[in-house]
Write a protein that binds this ligand. Sequence first.
Ligand SMILES: Nc1ncnc2c1ncn2[C@@H]1O[C@H](COP(=O)(O)OP(=O)(O)O)[C@@H](O)[C@H]1O
Ligand SMILES: [Mg+2]
Length: 248
Amino acid sequence: MPDTLLRAEGLTAGYNGVPAIRDLDLSVGEGEVVSLLGPNGAGKTTTLLALVGLVPAMAGTVTALGERVTHKRPHLLARRGVRLVPDDRGIFYGLSVRDHLRLARRRADSVRRAAVLDRFPALAELESRKVGLLSGGEQQMLAIAVALLAAPRVLMVDEMSLGLAPKIVQAMLPAIRDLAREEGIAVLLVEQHVELALAVSDRAVVLNHGRAVLAGQAADLLAGRDRLESAYFGADEFAADSVVEGVS
Ligand SMILES: Nc1ncnc2c1ncn2[C@@H]1O[C@H](COP(=O)(O)OP(=O)(O)O)[C@@H](O)[C@H]1O
Ligand SMILES: [Mg+2]
């Protein structure tokens, strides 16, 4: 078993006192890719925000790198190596690629910068380009590269493939898989492309109406399509007791 770098236990969080996720258990180990799946509004983004403390936990705990971080401030978590690439990619359209890399690498050394640009060679050729003029795939690459410059231990990416052509998604997801394996990063992916995500994941959790309705090994979920589809579309029959064992 890989070392668990990120763990949520009984996590409940939401907005204005109303939970959007309830009693969620989730873990990601070193070098592992775990997908967080589920229909729109299921609570995927809220989960990521709660894991980094941007949405306060109403109950339960979050542990990152072995330390209880439930009510820690988000920037402290970032400094410890827990990075979130948000669904708007967190980039600035008026700045160039070089500006982003420069801002991000204040603390990164040149070895790190070379390693990151090695992974995304296309970015090196686009350094002077304004981000607003990049394609969606290039913007996403930049967002991930910026996160990687900080040498994260835990990387969460919210809807990486939003607005990307399937061909680009098919290229980028395996790159994330390699990244996790080669650098031992614990990756939590929120994805709409269920099959593509499962193909590069070790495990997955399906959320519906703020609850984990199905979880297990990615290969098992891929093999059990019917169960997966019911978890997605008709959550009613999936009470908490039908959650697959061995999630965390
Ligand atoms: N800032 C917010 N204020 C109030 N409710 C929110 C906010 N963001 C999300 N929600 C609600 O929380 C629920 C889960 O949303 P979200 O986590 O964004 O789902 P997903 O990412 O799976 O599409 C939805 O019902 C959504 O309307
Ligand atoms: Mg979302």
